[in-house]
Design a protein around this ligand. Structure first.
Ligand SMILES: [Zn+2]
Length: 233
């Protein structure tokens, strides 16, 4: 199932994703790759698990699952993902600001520093965060509801204050919007790896932003009936 190039040495600055956001949006939650397969393409990233079973954080080569109790769990390599994006993170630039910024302001500030908006970036923020609003979603059973319905009806939201940890994410160009989240997408994990979630909002004090510009973006398309029969944009 894995393409042959996975056995070769990966080129640097490669982003890799499993399936498409469009497929996840219409409820294709069937696993398309194992975590063992995903880890061949990166040690840093985010996603979800088969059945939309919570939020995935990949950090330093370890995969964490944040469930709807807000807690983070380690996951075995045989678990499958219907959607994930990873890279082997190598810090290029670090940007820093002083003072407190909203999430929206932080995005604007990073945007102003980008060499180009037309390449993907892997982004890491480490530190203490005054406020983070994160969420997770519960495991679904077939027939699967569309992602928006699950989020609207079933997401669990957590507000964290003065919390230490790492935001793991990407900023992707607008032209990738049918295959992934265009713009910023972060998942959070606390420094004790016990809690986290998909970032909805936050306040940032003296943020330091580590970034890597990615030069390639590869996709693994699912080998399953659900993907083949889905009505995809
Ligand atoms: Zn997310």
């Amino acid at each position: 199932m894995l393409p042959a190039y996975s056995q070769q040495r990966l080129q640097p600055h490669l982003g890799f994703q499993v399936s498409t956001l469009g497929a996840l949006n219409v409820g294709v939650y069937e696993g398309a790759a194992t975590l063992a397969e995903l880890k061949r393409y990166g040690d840093f990233g985010l996603g979800t698990f088969e059945g939309l079973d919570g939020e995935m954080v990949v950090l330093n080569g370890k995969v964490y699952q944040i469930k709807t109790d807000g807690a983070a769990y380690r996951v075995v390599d045989t678990v499958r993902t219907p959607f994930a994006a990873v890279t082997f993170f190598r810090r290029g630039r670090s940007l820093r600001w002083t003072g407190q910024l909203t999430y929206q302001k932080l995005q604007q500030q990073i945007n102003e520093q980008l060499p180009t908006p037309n390449l993907p970036y892997a982004i890491r923020l480490q530190g203490t965060f005054p406020y983070l609003k994160v969420r997770s979603v519960p495991k679904q059973t077939p027939p699967y509801l569309p992602l928006n319905d699950v989020v609207r009806q079933q997401q669990r939201v957590f507000e964290l204050r003065n919390v230490r940890g790492t935001l793991v994410g990407f900023r992707l160009p607008q032209f990738l919007k049918s295959v992934n989240v265009a713009g910023y997408h972060f998942h959070f994990i606390t420094s004790d790896f016990k809690a986290g979630g998909h970032l909805l909002d936050g306040e940032f004090l003296n943020p330091v932003v580590d970034m890597e510009m990615l030069r390639d973006w590869q996709m693994m398309l699912p080998n399953n009936i659900a993907f083949e029969q889905a009505s995809l944009e």
